[in-house]
Design a protein. Structure first.
Length: 186
């Protein structure tokens, strides 16, 4: 694969969501995650010679992305400390137009609360949850990227989802709000 930019382009297409999720996991900001993901793919392309087992490309790429993200965050930590992160730019859908601006704003607020709660979870649960629910990756894609088994991913997602739900329910009870998932889980 070394030097084959077309083959590498196909790998970028396949793994861009996972690399973005890894970058977001480290930076917690969408713009930074986009920059980190681009840097990670560039670094991966330059480092292809260090890939000993092409069958383990996903876990190798995760390590490259993690190392790139950690270095990026370390280099930009002062700037990140003083800047306000921009909200996630969600693509407007036909459904958003149908529900109106007030309901669309409520949805966006819920998304932000979930993202904030996600940041409080133990590290081992965050990346699989981000990949599954924000990047819509399959269990197989997550397992291939992280190097974990399908069963391990399933367990992490179940435990992480349960923890996330408990955090959000706790926030909602403190805020005195009644949200749709209250009725389903009480």
């Amino acid at each position: 694969m070394e030097g084959d930019t077309d083959a590498f382009g196909r790998l970028v297409d396949r793994y861009q969501g996972a690399v973005y999720a890894t970058a977001y996991y480290y930076a917690g900001r969408h713009g930074a995650a986009e920059d980190i993901a681009q840097d990670a793919f560039l670094e991966a392309f330059r480092s292809l010679r260090s890939l000993n087992d092409p069958g383990r490309f996903g876990p190798w790429l995760k390590e490259v992305a993690s190392r790139t993200a950690a270095n990026w965050v370390r280099r930009h930590s002062m700037r990140m400390r003083y800047e306000t992160p921009l909200p996630h730019r969600r693509v407007q859908s036909i459904e958003d137009a149908r529900i109106g601006p007030e309901e669309a704003l409520k949805r966006e607020e819920r998304f932000e609360r979930i993202r904030s709660a996600l940041d409080t979870l133990p590290e081992q649960y965050r990346l699989p949850l981000i990949m599954r629910y924000l990047q819509e990756s399959s269990y197989e894609e997550i397992a291939h990227f992280t190097g974990q088994t399908h069963g391990e991913i399933r367990g992490l997602l179940q435990r992480g989802s349960s923890m996330l739900r408990d955090i959000i329910l706790g926030q909602d009870k403190r805020d005195g709000e009644e949200l749709p998932w209250h009725r389903a889980h009480e």
